[in-house]
Design a protein around this ligand. Sequence first.
Ligand SMILES: Nc1nc2c(ncn2[C@@H]2O[C@H](COP(=O)(O)OP(=O)(O)OP(=O)(O)O)[C@@H](O)[C@H]2O)c(=O)[nH]1
Ligand SMILES: [Mg+2]
Length: 366
Amino acid sequence: MKTKIILVGGFLGAGKTTLLGEAARKLSQTGKQVGLITNDQASELVDTVFLEHIATTVSEVSGSCFCCNFSGFTDAIAYINEKKAMDVIIAEPVGSCTDLSATILQPLKHKFAEELCVAPLSVLVDPEQLSDILDGRMSGLHMSAVYILRKQLEEADLIVINKTDLLSPEVVAALKKRTAEEWPWAAVHAISAKNGDGLENWLNEVLQSSEAGTHLAEVDYDTYAEGEAVLGWLNTTVKLQSRLANWDKFTENLLNYLNRRFIEVNAAVGHVKLLIKTDNGFVIGNITGPKNFLNIRGSAGEGKEAQMTLNARSQMEPDALKAIVLEEISKASENHITTDFVALKCLKPGRPNPTYRYDHVEVQSL
Ligand SMILES: Nc1nc2c(ncn2[C@@H]2O[C@H](COP(=O)(O)OP(=O)(O)OP(=O)(O)O)[C@@H](O)[C@H]2O)c(=O)[nH]1
Ligand SMILES: [Mg+2]
C-alpha cells in the first residue's frame, strides 16, 4: 500500500497547522493512520508542540526548509512510516516557501513512485491577504514577500481559501469566483479549518486525486530570496518560574506588548506564535495577517512553572526582533517570573538553494 502524501503550503498564518490538526483528527476518526510533518528554518517549533497534542505521530524537519533539504523531508516520511505504516502523511512546508511543485512534488513523483502517492498541492490562503492580492494591495508586506505569496497561488493545484467563518457566504462566493478567474488552472475550495466547514470536500479531493504538481511556476530566485530575507526569524523556548503566575494572563500581556511594539516600529508581522505548556494544559496565541489579528485559545491555568515556546516572523532585522522580544518578555514577567532561556535562535533566512528543481512535470505512476 502506498502512503498518500499531502502538502499543505501557503503563506505565514494562513492556517496550515490548524488544518493539519483538524484533518488528522477527522482522518483518525475514520480509522486511518495519519502522520504529520512540520518544517522550519530553526528548531523549537510551536507547530510541532501544538500538533503533538492532537496526533501521535509528528515529525519535524528543522534547520532548513523541505525544498533545500529534500533528503531531510523524505527521511522524515521514512521515519514516520517505520514507526507505523501510514495511510496518509500531511506535511506543512515553511510559510515563506514557494516553487514546491518543481522542488518537492516532481522529485517525489519521480523518485518515490513505489512508496508514495502524491496528492494535489494545496495552497491555503487567508481571505484578507487574498483580497489584497487580487486588488493589487500589499497587505503591509514587502513587495518581494508579496511575490512569494503570488507564486504560491500560481503553482497550486488546489487553492484553499481559509477562515470562511469570518466571512458572509456572499463574500466567500465572490472570492471563489475571482480566484478561479485569476488562476483558472487551479481548483478552488473554501474552508474553515477552525470549524471544519468544507474540510470533507477538500479531504475527499486530495485523497482521491493524483493530479499533483500539474504545472510549474516561473520563479525568480533573486526576488524569492529577497522576500525571505526581509523577514526576521526568531525561535525560543523558555522555562518560566514564579511563586504563582496566571499563565493565560501572561500570554495575553506578552502578545499585546509584542503587537504594540511591532506596530510602533511599523514592522509587518508574518506570524507570531506563542505556546505555554503546564501540567494543567496549554494556551496558544497568534498574531497574524494584515491587521495584526490576535487570537488566544486554550488555558495553561495558574501555577509555579511553565514552558514557553515562541516563534516570531516579522519584517525587520533579526537583531532588532530579538531586542524587542527579550524586552517584552522581561516586561510581561513583571519582576515575579524568572526566565531561563533553554534555546534562542534568531536569523535572516538565506537564499533558497533547492536540492532538486525540476523543469518539467513528471507523470505520476499509479
Ligand atoms: N477564524 C479562523 N481562524 C483560523 C482558521 N484557521 C486558522 N486560524 C487562525 O489563524 C492563525 C494562524 O493559524 P496557523 O494554523 O498557525 O497558521 P500557519 O499557516 O500554520 O502559520 P505558519 O506556521 O506561521 O506558516 C491562528 O490564530 C489560528 O487560530 C480558520 O479557519 N478560521
Ligand atoms: Mg504552521
